[in-house]
Ligand binder design. Structure first.
Ligand code: ATP
Ligand code: MG
Length: 429
């Protein structure tokens, strides 16, 4: 088959990019571990009904973005477009609520949405998300927001903007909905086509439209914040107070809505505003009715999901390049030398050093050029002479300093090697 390509909207993550992924996963794993979150892994596909009920028929995701197929047994299955519904399904299925207390879960992995591909928007993309289930406390809202920010900061992306809003309770929204429809109806013909259909089905989502004209109209719409019942307003006040206590600044954006019925109260996004591509790297909020909506007991919850491809675009734009870690590059030519090099590389790896050996068999000059490009600190060279004497030339690639040592001694003095790697001169004791 000639000219096979990865399917539209998918991409290979090549070795030069993988280090960014490992960096993000490593940092997130550590920060979430410190905050007592536990990882959960759910299947890549679920019964279609889970997403229909969990995300909602009126949403873009369910309406037009799902990869749905019928399997050989006639079941309707869907590649997961997001993580929360699956986590909640698992929470109910395994009776987590019966274990009492609060569950703090995180996940990462690929998600699938049939969207128009562009920079930062793919059909297979990756999210990392957290969910705290079992508490109404606004402290949980503040804690997950702070964790998200901690992860972004640890990655060197501290200058993101936190956009914050409250979408109130279901009852608050019911009262607001009518006021919004009354305001928007006279503008009906000026709204983008999606928003026109939403006017009946899901008018709140119109506030979230990306169409400039619709956005301008939405700017002057009545604000949901004015329709919050006292208890909802207090929850929102407290979240803000806790964020302030944590030294976290935010911008209240009354147009920020999560358009699903089960979303309640806090809604937030982290945005990189000076980026002309997709700006939102992380979105989340409170979803106090999703667990019951999916058949579990009333369980309030709050969480967020980060888009990893967008994070990586930001990291690359800011040139926060992850470090290459390579200690030794081993260069050898000739049968005996190459056999010794093979063994030396393994011995050094058993001492927990990172070692690459040149397998090309090409001329020394070429191998040395690759050593220079490899990012290794030290080059180990075995030529014919060294092979006969069972010695090895050690070369510091930054300073070009060089010394000769027996192969046996080299692997028997780990502390010495570590000193050399730390940049000390290559003197022998
Ligand atoms: P958008 O409005 O950009 O479509 P969304 O509201 O659909 O985002 P969420 O469902 O909240 O996004 O997902 C959380 C995060 O996942 C987003 O903030 C974004 O960083 C990332 N994300 C969502 N869809 C995609 C996609 N198709 N490709 C890459 N990343 C995505
Ligand atoms: Mg979307």
């Amino acid at each position: 088959m000639a000219g096979m390509q990865a399917p539209r909207g998918t991409r290979d993550i090549l070795p030069t990019e993988v280090s960014y992924w490992q960096q993000i996963e490593g940092i997130a794993r550590q920060i979430l571990h410190q905050a007592a979150f536990q990882e959960i892994r759910t299947p890549l596909f679920e019964q279609t009904e889970l997403f229909q009920r969990g995300i909602g028929e009126a949403t873009d995701i369910v309406g037009k973005e799902m990869y749905t197929f019928t399997d050989r047994g006639g079941r309707s299955l869907t590649l997961r477009p997001e993580g929360t519904a699956s986590v909640v399904r698992a929470y109910i299925e395994h009776g987590f609520q019966a274990q009492g207390g609060i569950q703090r879960l995180w996940y990462t992995g690929p998600m699938f949405r049939y969207e128009r591909p562009q920079a930062g928007r793919y059909r297979q993309f990756h999210q990392l998300g957290v969910e705290v289930l079992g508490t109404h406390s606004p402290r949980a809202d503040a804690e997950v927001i702070a964790l998200g920010l901690d992860i972004l900061k640890a990655l060197g992306l501290g200058d993101v903007t936190l956009m914050l809003n409250s979408v109130g309770s279901r009852e608050d929204r019911q009262r607001y909905r009518q006021a919004l429809v009354d305001y928007l109806t006279p503008f009906r013909d000026e709204l983008d086509p999606d928003s026109q259909t939403r006017l009946e089905r899901n008018p709140l989502r119109i506030l979230d439209s990306k169409d400039p004209k619709t956005q301008a109209i939405a700017q002057d719409a009545p604000q949901l914040l004015a329709y919050l019942a006292p208890a909802s307003a207090e929850h929102f006040e407290q979240v803000q107070q806790y964020l302030t206590d944590l030294g976290i600044t935010y911008t209240i954006n009354p147009c920020l809505v999560r358009g699903l019925d089960y979303y309640t109260h806090t809604a937030f996004e982290f945005q990189q505003l000076d980026l002309n591509q997709e700006a939102t790297v992380c979105g989340g909020g409170r979803y106090d009715h999703l667990v019951s909506e999916l058949g579990g007991p009333e369980t309030p919850a709050v969480g967020w999901a980060m888009g990893l491809e967008r994070l990586i675009l930001l990291l690359q734009a800011q040139q926060v390049a992850p470090e290459i870690h390579l200690d030794f590059y081993v260069v050898a030519k000739g049968d005996t030398a190459e056999r010794q090099a093979l063994k030396l590389a393994q011995q050094l790896r058993h001492l927990e050093f990172a070692v690459e050996q040149d397998l090309s068999g090409s001329a020394f000059g070429k191998q040395m050029k690759r050593a220079d490009r490899s990012g290794a600190k030290l080059c180990l060279i075995i030529g014919e002479t060294e092979a006969t004497q069972q010695t090895v030339q050690v070369k510091a690639l930054r300073t070009s300093e060089q010394t000769l040592i027996s192969q046996a001694k080299l692997v028997h003095n780990r502390a010495q090697l570590q000193q050399w790697l730390n940049g000390a001169g290559l003197e022998l004791p």
